[in-house]
Write a new protein. Structure first.
Length: 528
């Protein structure tokens, strides 16, 4: 037997849940199906090792969502009604260098410039001008992040009408390294800024990624960066409460086998257990373009071929989660514990840092690892028992190993985790065997396994952030308008869609597209 809804959604990642909530608010009968035993996709917090120790499986810091009207206008009541709370630190970002000295970016621009001035007065003045320019550009840039994207041609034509727009177009064509190396003089300042933008899973010297360095200072000094109280999954929890409060349904342990297509239209979803769930108005799928062929029939071959050529990010992440008896301390001093994003450098120069990234490009583990992470209990004691800590260790790593391919990760995971631990011990005295209660590591291959229809090739951002995969060309010119050619009523969500990977709340754009197609006034619905 089959049951009929207005809209059915494949995947309970935060983007799918976001779209579902807006549709439910419009009065649509919505069902979300999730293959895992928990919702959230890449926005999940779980007790991985020990009861009471809450770890973020994938996303940890929520940056880009801070400009989304879903939060700024509280369109879904996530903050006012469904319990979403964010912690904001005065220290969004910091770096610890090999000698355990540090460089801190504060939310306050003046304090950030003072910190840079200790290394270079000229760079401090440059950063002030650069950050102010980024902050001025914010309204123009942010306005297009959370709605259906402009066509690429229209976007370029619009940007070409102003000096600021032309500068942004220039940046989008360049690499972050090109921009930073031209503007700044001190190696440590350059390293500090470059490592921040590589959090977007982009190489420093990859052309077509330079917009990241223009965007990040504006975000940091305008909105700050944040983490939900209780962990990244706090956003997912609020979305689920919202969905159910609006009459929508969520089913876990419900794996989708294919999209049901009838008469050229998406009519529902077929589950692996044989059940069919039908949809009158539309189907939303968190289906990576590389996986589209296996889930949907009727898509033109040329569309599928272009989808299968989507470029994923050049590298992935190796993540370890530690439960600690006592909260983490750092050799760099207590102020560093207030940083929301924390990077560690075993490299002594920019040249050495670039050598490490070159190793990733060639499928090798760098001799000097590229590391980040920290202890979230400093900002949020609810993440562990009183006085205890958690350590979230992130190491940039290749998915496709030059020696053995992706499958070799299962052989070397423990060895790599041990090597990474030795690196972190150079920066903190707290990762001793007697302070570690338990630990778990996830390789890039494990990342893909956790979400095989979104994290293809271990890319948690779904697709590389190159210029040719932006706006309505993300992930392809065919799929970038949030729907699938040849199959009416099939819509897409996921990190591989506009505006990009990370926590954006981008399902809002998919909802707007569906509202337009159904003749529903989006603004009227969100004002209710």
């Amino acid at each position: 037997m089959s049951k009929t809804y207005d809209v059915v959604v494949m995947g309970a990642g935060h983007n799918g849940l976001t779209a579902a909530c807006y549709l439910a608010k419009a009065g649509k009968k919505v069902l979300v199906l999730e293959r895992q035993a928990w919702p959230g996709g890449g926005v999940v917090t779980r007790e991985l090792n020990t009861p009471g120790y809450k770890h973020d499986l994938h996303s940890s810091v929520h940056i880009m969502i801070q400009g989304n009207p879903m939060l700024t206008q509280d369109e879904l009541g996530l903050k006012s009604k469904y319990g979403l709370q964010y912690n904001y630190s005065n220290v969004p970002y910091a770096s610890i260098f090999a000698d355990n000295t540090s460089l801190i970016t504060y939310k306050d621009l003046d304090k950030s410039c003072e910190a840079i001035a200790r290394l270079s007065q000229k760079d401090a003045e440059t950063y002030r001008r650069f950050a102010r320019q980024s902050m001025t550009m914010m309204p123009m840039f942010v306005s297009g992040l959370y709605a259906p994207p402009l066509p690429m041609g229209a976007f370029i034509a619009m940007m070409d009408q102003s000096e600021e727009g032309r500068e942004m177009l220039d940046a989008m064509s360049r690499s972050s390294l090109d921009i930073i190396d031209h503007l700044f003089e001190n190696d440590r300042v350059k390293m500090h800024l470059l490592k921040l933008v590589t959090e977007n899973l982009q190489m420093p010297d990859e052309l077509g990624t330079g917009m990241g360095i223009y965007l990040m200072p504006g975000i940091i000094h305008t909105y700050g960066v944040s983490q939900p109280v209780g962990g990244s999954g706090g956003l997912t929890d609020a979305l689920v409460r919202c969905l159910e409060g609006l009459g929508g349904e969520l089913r876990l342990n419900a794996e989708v086998k294919r999209v049901i297509v009838s008469g050229g239209r998406a009519a529902g979803l077929a589950l692996t257990d044989g059940e069919q769930v039908m949809a009158k108005d539309g189907v939303i799928g968190a289906i990576h373009p590389h996986r589209l062929r296996s889930f949907v029939e009727g898509v033109p071959e040329r569309v599928l071929e272009r989808a299968e050529r989507v470029t994923t990010s050049t590298f992935s992440l190796f993540v370890s989660h530690y439960d600690l008896k006592k909260r983490t301390e750092f050799y760099a001093g207590p102020e560093i514990t207030t940083a929301t994003m924390l990077e560690y450098f075993t490299q002594d120069s920019l040249s050495e840092l670039l050598d490490s990234f070159d190793s990733l490009r060639r499928g090798r583990l760098p001799a000097a690892p590229l590391t980040g992470g920290g202890d979230e209990t400093h900002a949020d004691p609810t993440r562990a028992p009183a006085g205890a800590g958690i350590f979230h260790a992130i190491t940039m790593s290749p998915y496709n190993l030059a020696d053995g391919g992706p499958s070799r990760w299962d052989e070397i995971k423990d060895e790599v985790a041990a090597k990474n631990l030795e690196t972190y011990r150079r920066f903190t005295p707290s990762l001793t065997d007697d302070n570690i209660i338990a630990r778990t590591s996830w390789s890039p291959l494990d990342m893909e396994r956790s979400s095989p229809n979104s994290f293809v090739n271990g890319d948690m951002h779904g697709a590389a952030p190159f210029m040719y995969q932006t706006v309505a060309h993300r992930p392809t010119p065919d799929l970038g308008r949030l729907s699938v050619p040849g199959v009416e009523g099939l819509y897409l969500v996921g990190p591989f869609m506009h505006p990009g990977g990370g926590v954006f709340g981008a399902g809002r754009a998919t909802a707007i597209k569906m509202f337009d197609d159904m003749g529903i006034d989006f603004d009227k619905v969100v004002r209710r």
